[in-house]
Design a protein around this ligand. Structure first.
Ligand code: PGA
Length: 261
């Protein structure tokens, strides 16, 4: 379960959130081995989160929301994967729809950023997803598979085994408009099938595929019940530690909220 804070919470607020999240999870006897929990704060928070996680030996993982495609040099405002690795980041989000849309990141840029993440030993959370127009035309599967193939063009079999892929239909992000569990399964299942074709079955079976888009404690269990959904990339609900902890502990309320989406 990964919490994408987006551009929310400064480094002081980040410390408070991580402490409360950890405390809430421990209080609920969260099984971190069964359900990994990661936070993805803004760049300026990462050092504070690292200090807390290392100092208090927390089981939380953390990462960044983006990285530069470049290694180093004259790229004003950019953050390299090396910097993130030095701060202890495990994960980095690549190709989030907000980056694709507002920063014009093409599939080629996304592929270069995936390569940069691997170069620096980071695990990419590679985001794909269709907009409303594509969904209305019923072309979501072909659209998402094209994104997957373009992004993975240069990713080797050894690298792909560790990748995390997040299917986030754009029309469901931050809108309260959650895809149905069947919608999530349709695309996540198609992604896994294509991974098996591009690589091999065991590799595809081992890759974690997340769903993202208005995930909350009330709808997560039904989505997680789908065969090809292995986790969630959570935006808005991840900046509330009690709500995010409840999402992480979805196994304790399976069935309890199955009717509320
Ligand atoms: P949301 O965002 O949960 O607020 O819809 C998900 C995301 O953009 O990763």
């Amino acid at each position: 379960m990964a919490g994408n804070w987006k551009m929310n919470l400064d480094h002081v607020q980040a410390t408070h959130l991580v402490q409360k999240l950890d405390w809430t999870l421990r209080d609920g006897k969260h099984d971190f081995a069964a359900v990994e929990v990661a936070v993805l704060p803004p760049f300026t928070d990462i050092r504070s989160v690292q200090t807390l996680v290392d100092g208090d030996r927390l089981h939380l993982k953390f990462g960044a929301q983006d990285l530069s495609a470049h290694e180093a040099g004259a790229f004003t405002g950019e953050i390299s994967g090396q910097f993130l690795a030095r701060l202890g980041c495990t994960y980095v989000v690549v190709g989030h729809s907000e980056r694709r849309e507002y920063h014009h990141e093409s599939d080629a840029v996304v592929a270069a950023k995936l390569a940069a993440a691997y170069r620096d030993g980071l695990t990419p959370i590679f985001c794909v997803g269709e907009g409303l127009a594509v969904r209305k035309e019923g072309r979501q599967v072909e659209y998402v598979l094209a994104q997957v193939e373009a992004g993975l063009a240069d990713v080797t079999p050894a690298q792909v085994a560790s990748i995390v892929i997040a299917y986030e239909p754009i029309w469901a992000i931050g809108t309260g408009e959650v895809a149905t569990p069947a919608d999530a399964q349709e695309v996540c299942g198609a992604v896994r099938t294509r991974l098996a074709e591009l690589y091999d079955e065991p590799t595809a079976a081992g890759i974690r595929i997340l769903y993202g888009g208005s995930v909350k404690s009330g709808n997560v269990a039904a989505i997680m019940a789908e065969a090809d959904v292995d986790g969630a990339l959570v935006g808005g609900a991840s900046i509330d530690p009690v709500e995010f902890a409840a999402i992480c502990r979805y196994q304790s309320h399976v069935g309890a909220h199955s009717s509320s989406r």
